[in-house]
Design a protein around this ligand. Structure first.
Ligand code: TXA
Ligand code: MG
Length: 337
């Protein structure tokens, strides 16, 4: 399949993306978090193609992206009274809510669960597309299963070219990591995946307790220990350890080692070093693109300088730990999928 590269400033290209989605094809679309691999959510056969293109197990549920809050009741039921006013403040934005699904929502989307994940993305191109074509789209991140989520159209093409009909190029994603996932109950809510909206911010807005379990059993593929992973082995090191071990990296490992740093000064040949901004917002925006770039350099290992331990960095630590997944988990994950 020839994957078309579409550009939103061209109205013909937006129309083409809408046409392809309506025709049951897969189109990668920009969101403010990461690129999504979209299919018409009302067409189960189209949604099924997502799993084949990504190599994703069929029991991993997908998020349905809506044009606006007014679409919520079309997809979810038993919505607590307190939720819509809260969502008025948070949508469009990087928050996915898990709610009881309406009966018509396909098991292909929910992986057979009685619940559905819903979000109104905050990207003008995608919102225009959904509104103009009266669409809701099921969309996981637009990467092969367990690899890095794409924050640029080129990343999408590197992983999925030939397997999808088109990518709509909305430029680099402004946030850069996946949405916060919040399971909603009448009397409490639970953060299933950390993301740009912190549990503390959510707690300020919600009238019920917001829990953040360390481990949970809910079906979130982002909850796997190995995920969001580049090809090279990722190792997390505190700044001092990284600086100390850097000069002997080849002698001690016998491998091609690169580094992702935000503050540590590293001596010697630093062609395999990528420096990312030290503020949380800018670091998050660059993280996946930086890992992607280092991966392109054919390294065996990427040493990542451990970011600050402050609470606002929780989502970054979460992603980095999954990117680092241990060797054993890596083997078994590759064997299975
Ligand atoms: O920012 C994002 O959330 C991006 C963009 C494209 O919107 N999407 C994304 O999708 O990260 P994906 O499929 O890579 O991750 C969605 C997560 C999965 O881990 C899935 O298990 C979880 O959402 N999820 C979806 N529906 C669920 C449900 N009913 N119950 C529990 N978890 C659910
Ligand atoms: Mg994903």
């Amino acid at each position: 399949m020839n994957t078309e590269h579409l550009f939103p400033h061209n109205t013909n290209d937006i129309a083409r993306a809408g046409y392809l989605l309506r025709a049951g094809e897969l189109v990668a679309v920009p969101t403010e978090t990461v690129y999504g691999l979209a299919a018409d959510a009302s067409n189960a056969a189209a949604v099924a193609k997502i799993f084949a293109a990504k190599g994703r197990p069929a029991d991993h549920p997908l998020i349905v992206h809506l044009a606006g809050l007014d679409q919520l009741t079309r997809w979810a039921c038993e919505i607590p009274d307190w939720l819509p006013p809260v969502l008025t403040q948070l949508w469009p934005g990087p928050l996915t809510v898990i709610l009881k699904k309406q009966p018509h929502v396909s098991d292909v989307i929910t992986g057979g669960l009685p619940t559905v994940g819903l979000r109104v993305p905050n990207h003008p191109v995608l919102r225009d597309l959904l509104q103009q074509f009266d669409l809701a789209v099921a969309a996981p991140s637009a990467n092969p299963y367990q690899q890095l989520s794409p924050t640029r159209a080129e990343h999408v093409l590197a992983g999925l070219r030939g397997k999808i009909a088109a990518v709509l190029d909305g430029g680099p994603c402004t946030l850069g990591t996946e949405s916060t996932i919040l399971r909603i109950d009448h009397d409490h809510a639970e953060v299933l995946r950390q993301g740009p909206l912190s549990a503390a911010t959510l707690q300020e807005l919600l009238p019920v307790p917001v829990h953040t379990p360390v481990r949970h059993q809910h079906a979130v593929s982002g909850n796997k220990k190995v995920h969001y992973r580049p090809r090279a082995h990722v190792q997390l090191l505190p700044s001092e350890a990284l600086q100390q071990q850097w000069p002997q990296r080849h002698a001690t490992t016998g491998k091609r080692v690169g580094a992702l740093v935000y503050s540590a000064p590293l001596d010697g040949d630093t062609t395999a070093v990528l420096r990312v901004p030290p503020t949380h917002h800018d670091y998050r925006q660059r993280l996946y693109a930086a890992l992607f770039e280092l991966d392109q350099r054919g390294l065996d290992e990427i040493w990542v300088e451990l970011p600050p331990q402050e609470p606002e960095w929780a989502d970054i630590h979460d992603r980095l730990q999954r990117a680092a997944g241990s060797a054993d988990e890596r083997e078994s994950a590759t064997d299975q999928h």
